[in-house]
Design a protein around this ligand. Structure first.
Ligand code: HEM
Length: 814
């Protein structure tokens, strides 16, 4: 190759002869290698040919060197110490002159259907963003394996002869069975049973005077949300209408990252310190020796534990109230429970309590009904939420804040860090700040509802924690449990969990990693990636610098020792009907308890709340009232005036009869016009009428027409409706036990009943149309012949009012 051998030139003269070319390529071999290189910064101009990959490799190398040169030291270091560290600097960065500088490989420009065109969107992480990127639609597609290979026969295994054994090589069968074998993941350790929907939160106004949190940055701003409602104790397949606290967890996908408000439908909790959470949950879950009962607190271990933990008394009152048997996820309040902090752009902080109020009102079931629904439709709440959204009747909840300063908090007769206490609305009113609308059901329950991972640690700038010791423990618990529930450290990349805000950091690897991070840099500070991704400084999340000068101790503040005054506040704020329900719930639960000493211990707690309550429960248990449980301290006991807002009945809602389910009980001989008029009228108001009869098929109307029954008394029993209209036909229903049971239960569960064509079915069923004192029951309406407008209006008013509790008697005569 070389012609130098033909001359007598020295080595120098040989070099001179090729000097131009050499200058252009000197060091190219090092660029083409991955180890070492020349000591000079004189880069080669070419790697020997104009191959585009080689050119890109050169650009990449030169670009990287240029970035490293420009960052000669870590300029932020002096600001990391002392007072200066309170205001962290934004990371120093350098813009690359070529996009190749930050690449992993010069071959990224080689396009394929899999790698893509190599087109770069600088600074972009597309594993976040909308769910569209992962929605799968199989229309007009053949079946394939998980490797994309088309499956010719999805009916048979590969066998050695038609009657022979299956071949081990049948990778199609093995893939299918293997995937099936691993379909289940661990259920949530608590809140395993739940249902969820997508929607949005819209801010009524900017709250920038209090917080920088993204959802509240401007009037009318919409933030996407995913909201999951749940029960706590039951397993994933347990029934919806059990007596239990309901979870109310909202994930806000804000433009500053995800914020999860992981609350319950009850504003207080059983315990004051995270240390006790495993004990609480162990006690309420099925007893470990025989795994009973399912999804119920009515057993010895629960009442044993809580009666030794008097701080749970306030929560127990709520749990025994109708709050724990909601009519629907759409008709229950939600609470953040803990005191949180809001922080504004100036770094000033106020305390805050979060409240969700359903526009459909707060409505509950009655216990006998809830228990029967467990058999009639264990999916009652899941179905209700799904059906409402499918019908376009989008559930709405107003978000309200109780905002108060630390100084104000210090004037309260309780400690705002104690999660067994609420802040009465009379002390701090609730300010409505926005509205959540749930307007889209999931595509896939598992991918979305089951895999969603809420976490109290998910906060955005402007939201911070208080020192509530229960909240502090929760901050740890959620991610920890989700690592095992969702199989590793990368569950934040599961599409339902990924934020819409960009994610850029140096976390790498782990099970099921989705993001393919470009570049060689996975640490900070760096110069080789121009300092990126860089620390955000004051535009990033800053914890509120709360001053603390305290001893390191285990213990509670003294004010935590008042266990009864807010339980009493709750009791005194309930309507008479609600108080009776609480008494009955205690009776039911404690009757199922088998250990008399535990029953007595619970009663001794209740004596501290209210003598009538304790006495009535004791009466139902057939035992003498024990002495009050000794108080935990001698601190003065605060008194509170009743708080009407704590009664469910003070929030009827604004949506009228929309989504209420009405049974039209019909048989042969009914007046067709009457039925169709009612049906259309209810539909017009947004209610859901169903024609209910003894069997599917047609009934013949008085004028010989035919109407289709939609559901039978058996498949759609009374407990599944909010009201009934009986249209008198040939009289056959009054000889039918199912129909008689139907109207009796409607009556017993305090639901509105409207009978047209006389009240014979009611009379045979023994359903009275007056209260015991002879005054008419406004929710039992009888028209002798045709529909009277006034009667229909009266029925609809009663339906909108939900229940007629004045009717209740103990024992119920019907
Ligand atoms: C120290 C006390 C608590 C601990 C350690 C704790 C722990 C947990 C755990 C491990 C889960 C399952 C999470 C998952 O697998 O994704 C969970 C779920 C949940 N917790 Fe807590 N919890 C505590 C207190 C509370 C309180 C006070 C509330 C209400 C304010 C609450 C509301 C919820 C909700 C709503 C869920 C279900 C989230 C979902 O829908 O997926 N928890 N909790």
């Amino acid at each position: 190759m070389s012609n130098s051998s033909k001359t007598n030139d020295s080595k120098v003269s040989k070099k001179d002869k090729f000097s131009d070319t050499y200058k252009d390529t000197a060091g190219a071999g090092s660029v083409l290698s991955t180890v070492s290189g020349p000591s000079t910064n004189q880069p080669p101009k070419t790697l020997g040919s104009d191959d585009p990959v080689k050119q890109r490799l050169l650009d990449k190398t030169l670009g990287g060197q240029e970035l490293a040169e420009k960052i000669s030291s870590n300029l932020n270091k002096p600001h990391e110490y002392g007072e200066a560290s309170r205001t962290p600097l934004t990371g120093a960065i350098v813009e690359p002159t070529s996009p190749a500088a930050g690449s992993s490989t010069s071959s990224e420009i080689i396009a394929s259907p899999k790698t893509g065109e190599g087109i770069l969107f600088p600074g972009s992480n597309p594993t976040v963003d909308s769910l569209d990127r992962v929605r799968v639609d199989s229309s007009n597609q053949p079946l394939t394996t998980n490797q994309g290979v088309r499956i010719a026969d999805n009916q048979h295994s590969l066998k050695i002869g038609l009657r022979g054994p299956t071949a081990l090589e049948d990778f199609i069968l093995r893939e299918k069975i293997t995937h099936f074998d691993h379909e289940r993941i661990p259920e949530r350790v608590v809140h395993a049973r739940g249902s969820a929907a997508h929607g949005y939160f819209e801010s009524y106004r900017a709250l920038t005077e209090f917080t920088t949190a993204a959802p509240f940055s401007a009037e009318g701003k919409r933030t996407p949300v995913f909201t999951r409602f749940s029960t706590v104790a039951g397993e994933r397949g347990s029934a919806d209408t059990v007596r239990d606290v309901r979870g109310f967890a909202v994930k806000f996908y804000t433009d500053q990252g995800n914020w999860d408000l992981v609350g319950n439908n009850i504003p207080v909790f059983f315990i004051q310190d995270a240390m006790k959470f495993p004990d609480l949950v162990h006690s309420v879950k099925p007893e470990p020796h025989h795994a009973m009962p399912q999804a119920s607190s009515a057993h010895d271990t629960f009442w044993d534990f809580v009666s030794l933990m008097p701080e749970s008394t306030h929560m127990l009152l709520w749990q025994m109230s109708d709050r724990a048997i909601p009519r629907s996820y759409r008709t229950m309040q939600g609470f953040g429970v803990h005191t949180f902090r809001l922080v504004n752009a100036e770094g000033q902080s106020v305390f805050c309590k979060f409240h969700w109020t359903p526009l459909a009102g707060t409505h509950s079931l009655v216990w006998d009904e809830a228990a029967k629904i467990i058999g009639a439709d264990p999916d009652f709440h899941r179905r209700d939420l799904w059906e409402a959204i499918e019908a376009g009747a989008f559930p709405e909840y107003e978000l309200g804040l109780q905002i108060f300063t630390e100084d104000t908090a210090n004037t309260f007769p309780f400690d705002v860090l104690d999660p067994t206490k609420l802040v009465p609305e009379e002390l701090v009113p609730i300010t409505p700040v926005g509205k959540m609308v749930l307007n889209r059901n999931t595509d896939n329950f598992f991918a979305e509802t089951e895999q969603v991972a809420f976490c109290t640690a998910h906060v955005v700038p402007g939201i911070d924690f208080s020192n509530d010791p229960l909240l502090q423990g929760r901050i740890h618990s959620y991610v920890d449990t989700q690592i095992s529930r969702l199989g590793g450290a990368n569950f934040h990349e599961i599409p339902i969990n990924s934020p819409v805000a960009q994610v850029h950091n140096n976390q790498r690897d782990g099970m099921h990693r989705q993001a393919i991070n470009r570049g060689r840099v996975n640490y900070e500070p760096n110069s080789l990636a121009g300092g990126c991704p860089f620390q955000a400084g004051m535009s990033g999340y800053k914890s509120y610098p709360e001053p603390i000068a305290e001893d390191k101790v285990r213990g509670n503040p003294e004010l935590f020792s008042d266990h009864y005054s807010q339980a009493r506040l709750f009791w005194q704020s309930q309507s008479p009907a609600e108080q009776i329900h609480i008494i009955n719930a205690f009776r039911f639960e404690l009757t199922r308890v088998q250990t008399p000493a535990i029953r007595a211990r619970v009663l001794s707690l209740l004596v501290n709340v209210n003598e009538l309550l304790a006495g009535s429960v004791a009466d139902g248990l057939g035992i003498e009232l024990p002495p009050a449980m000794p108080l935990a301290s001698n601190l003065p006991i605060p008194t509170y005036p009743p708080s009407p807002a704590l009664s469910l009945l003070t929030r009827p809602g604004t949506t009228g009869i929309a989504t209420r389910r009405v049974a039209l009980l019909i048989s042969n001989g009914i007046d067709q016009k009457c039925v169709s008029t009612l049906y259309e009228d209810l539909l017009k108001d947004g209610a859901v009428p169903r024609l209910v009869g003894t069997r599917l098929g047609k009934v013949t109307t008085a004028d010989g027409a035919a109407l289709d029954i939609e559901i039978t008394l058996e498949a759609g029993p009374s407990v599944l409706y909010d009201g009934v209209i009986i249209v008198q036909g040939d009289g056959s229903l009054q000889h039918n036990a199912d129909a008689l049971d139907f109207v009796r239960q409607q009556y017993r569960h305090c639901k509105p009943i409207y009978s047209i064509g006389g009240g014979i079915l009611l009379a045979v069923a023994g359903v009275p149309s007056t209260f015991a004192d002879g005054t008419p029951d406004p929710a039992v309406i009888v028209d002798q012949e045709k529909i009277q407008d006034a009667s229909l209006t009266q029925f609809k008013n009663a339906l909108a009012g939900h229940r007629s509790f004045e009717r209740e008697k103990d024992p119920c005569p019907v």
